[in-house]
Structures are given as structure tokens and as C-alpha cells.
Design a protein around this ligand. Structure first.
Ligand code: F3S
Length: 427
């Protein structure tokens, strides 16, 4: 079966609107057919990747940014001219913070490649937010809006908290969607596929970011790619807590959608969240599950001397920047440790104006934008032991770098940076 095309889509596929859009439509048709999608839906919201910041890909940039776009966004060896975007589109996280002298030194000409890409694709309409949290800096789709987003933590937030609709797309499909305004109508675009499958009874108070991260991490292992409906002792869910919860659930499992009845927009009640779906399984999260999850997240850590503390995965909000500055104010990062805080560039601007950046930097910490350690592969030289406040980062950082990793609250992490010692624990 082949995907059905509208007249406009046929014209795009026939090249009436130019070579690049023809290549994009060809890619999307192959993609839709592989998925078994019957049709496309129109999207005006794309979050993807256009730039390159890996020097290994320098050869492509030598042939111009059109070669990058053709190869990596359209899957085309033939180089075609990059048109202006048709859909509202934004760049996700990148490989390097170009304002950081250390990162510039460590990554060769990566920053220059990245900046050249920003200049080229920016002029063609891609908003250079450069963050894994586009919803924190202005890309906030409305409920029911069809989107084409990459980045698992952003996808689960988009579906669950905003009630917009996206599957986890790739660089090619987002690139093609940005210039055609089309994405296969499949998966989470279809209302019936957004109903709850598992009921989760939370029997233990879940309040701080750390608690929400642990709950998400446990849940991802339990439900994998299904749709949990959370009920019970969930204390004041907020953007930050749900951001950490979803990021963790998407890391240990493949959760792309969840419901918190009374909080997330497609579930006014538990019944509403299931919308007639049979509850496949009821899961319970209590003190035993919480402790086991804490132990799992700290399973790589043995040495109490901490070399590197990382905060801001997913990228910090301004409220989180304020919290870090408040905890750190008047203290000094230990000579034996380093503190790096990651936030979107637009939020750093506010953090600068609020004086939060100054407080962090006066204490000896650093504030970075555009990237994170998991993407840039950058940490202070010689790091053996890290500490993080993010369950997602605790999942990836040891696997990517081989370093030990402690997981705890923001306060535990800042204390570790100041004393050089991990003293956190489960409270
Ligand atoms: Fe963002 Fe990097 Fe974490 S992309 S979600 S800060 S691993």
C-alpha cells in the first residue's frame, strides 16, 4: 500500500516546487510507506538539526552548506539548493559552546563549522534556539498541533505536557518536513494511539526534581514504550519536574507520552486518560521501588571525591538557574572539582541580567549554552567522578565517558562541587 497524496503533495513530488522539495517529498513518501501511514498531515512546527559541529564532517561543509543539507536532511547525494523553510522550524542542541575558550580549544574547528551552519540555515528560517528544550524558549505548540520534533526529552514533553502531537523524528524527516510542511500521519498523530495503557499508583511522596527523575527512570524500565497514567502522591507537578520526569522515562524506556490526570491536557481524570482503553497493567511505585531506583542511578559511583558536577540536563530553566545561584551564593567551588551549568542561550541572557551567571562564575562555576557533555563529549580533563541532578544524565554519562556518576538533588550536587566530596543520599 502506498501513501495517498493530495494534489499539492503530488506537485511537490513532481518537482513543481523545486528540486529540494521534490527530494524531501520523495524521502517522506518512502518513510510513510515504510511506516504504513495512509496519508500525511500538515505541520507548521519542526524541531530538528541542520548544522554540523563535528570536524569529521568538515568535508561536507567544504562543499558548502547545501551539501550538508542535501546529505543529512534530505538523504540525497545530489546537492540541491537549500530553500527557505515553509514550516516554523527550530534548531535543537548542538555540539559545542562557541563562546567557551576551553571547548573551542578541545574541539578544533567545530565551533566555526557550527557558526557557519547557524548563519546559513538561520537565514533560511531555522530559529537558532540550540537547545534540547525548545519549549522553554518560545517554541510552545498548542494542544492538538501536529509537530515534527526530534530529541526524546522534548518529544515526550510535547506530547504529554503540551498535548501537541509528534513522533520521535530524525534529522532527515524533520529536514524534509521543514520545507514541505508534511509528516506521515502515524503513531502519536492519531488520537486513538494517545490513550493510556498502564495505571501507575504512586504511593510515595514525589516532590523534588530528584523524586520526579527517579519516578520517570523507574517507569521507563517498567512500561518501555507504552503510555503510563500516573495517579497518587504527585506533589505540585511543574514544568521543571515534568521535564525531568519525561527525560528520565524516555531514557530508561522509550516513553513518548504519559498522562497525569488533572495536570496534563488530555486527561481530566484517570478514566479520561484511558478513554475506554483496557488497563493492561497496574504498577505500584513505593518506598522499595524508590530506593532501588536511587541505588541503580548511583550504581557506577564508588569514590566520594568528585571531579566534575554537571547541572542542566535537560537544559536549565531560569528558575533552575536562580536555584543554583542561590545555593552557591558566597561559596567557592573546590580547587579539586568543577561545576558546569547548562542552559539555553536565551535563558543565559536572562540569567546574565539577573546576576545569576555572575554568582555562579564568581564561585568558580561555568555556565555553558548550545550543548551538553553527552552531546559535546566535553568534560574537564581527567574527570573520573561526576555528580548530576538529572536521572537522564546519570543514565548516559557513565556509558558515554566511562566516568563514575553520583545522582542527587541540586543541593547535593552544589555541595559536592564546593567540598569536592559526595555526601548526598536518599532522604
Ligand atoms: Fe539535553 Fe543533553 Fe540532557 S541533549 S536532555 S542536556 S543529554
Amino acid at each position: 500500500m502506498s501513501v495517498k497524496l493530495t494534489d499539492h503533495e503530488k506537485a511537490l513530488a513532481d518537482g513543481v516546487h523545486g528540486k529540494a522539495k521534490q527530494k524531501a517529498m520523495d524521502l517522506l513518501i518512502r518513510y510513510a510507506d515504510a511506516l504504513g501511514a495512509e496519508r500525511f498531515c500538515e505541520t507548521n512546527n519542526v524541531a530538528g538539526v541542520w548544522t554540523v559541529s563535528n570536524p569529521i564532517l568538515r568535508d561536507y561543509t567544504r562543499n558548502g552548506m547545501d551539501a550538508v543539507f542535501s546529505e543529512f536532511n534530505l538523504d540525497s547525494r545530489e546537492v540541491v539548493e537549500t530553500p527557505h523553510t515553509e514550516a516554523y522550524s527550530c534548531q535543537l542542541i548542538q555540539g559545542v559552546d562557541p563562546a567557551s575558550p576551553e571547548m573551542r580549544e578541545a574541539t578544533g574547528d567545530a565551533a566555526d563549522l557550527q557558526k557557519a551552519g547557524e548563519a546559513y540555515f538561520g537565514k533560511r528560517g531555522v530559529a537558532m534556539f540550540s537547545t534540547c528544550t525548545p519549549y522553554q524558549v518560545g517554541n510552545v505548540p498548542v494542544m492538538g498541533e501536529h509537530c515534527a520534533w526530534m530529541e526524546s526529552s522534548a518529544v515526550v514533553y510535547c506530547n504529554s505536557v503540551l498535548g501537541a502531537r509528534t513522533n520521535t523524528e530524525g534529522r532527515e524527516s524533520t529536514g524534509a518536513a521543514s520545507i514541505t510542511k508534511r509528516i506521515p500521519y502515524w503513531g502519536y498523530h492519531i488520537p486513538e494511539n494517545r490513550r493510556g495503557t498502564h495505571l501507575v499508583e504512586v504511593d510515595v511522596d514525589t516532590d523534588d526534581i530528584m523524586d520526579w527523575g527517579m519516578l520517570g527512570y523507574w517507569l521507563g524500565w517498567e512500561v518501555e514504550e507504552d503510555i503510563p497514567v500516573l495517579n497518587g502522591k504527585l506533589i505540585s507537578p511543574s514544568m521543571i519536574k515534568l521535564k525531568h520526569f519525561g527525560a528520565a522515562a524516555a531514557s530508561s524506556g522509550g516513553v513518548e507520552m504519559y498522562h497525569v490526570p488533572g495536570t496534563t491536557p488530555e486527561a481530566r481524570s484517570v478514566e479520561d486518560a484511558f478513554s475506554g482503553n483496557r488497563i493492561r497493567k497496574t504498577l505500584r511505585y513505593g518506598a522499595t521501588e524508590r530506593r532501588k531506583t536511587y541505588e541503580d542511578l548511583n550504581s557506577t559511583a564508588k569514590d566520594s571525591a568528585v571531579d566534575f558536577v554537571m547541572l542542566g540536563c535537560p537544559h536549565n530553566s531560569i528558575e533552575q538557574m536562580s536555584r543554583v545561584a542561590r545555593v552557591l551564593d558566597g561559596r567557592k567551588v573546590s580547587a579539586s572539582s568543577a561545576l558546569w551549568v547548562f542552559t539555553p542561550r536565551a535563558i543565559k541572557d536572562v540569567s546574565d541580567r539577573n546576576g545569576f551567571t555572575e554568582i555562579i562564575e564568581k564561585a568558580g562555576g561555568r555556565v555553558y549554552v548550545d550543548t551538553c557533555p553527552a552531546i559535546s563529549r566535553q568534560m574537564p580533563k581527567g574527570t573520573k567522578v561526576t555528580a548530576v541532578d538529572s536521572a537522564k544524565q546519570a543514565h548516559y554519562l557513565p556509558a558515554i565517558t566511562g566516568a563514575q556518576c553520583w545522582f542527587g538533588t541540586v543541593e547535593d550536587c552544589v555541595d559536592a562541587a564546593v567540598t569536592g566530596q559526595w555526601k548526598g543520599g536518599l532522604r
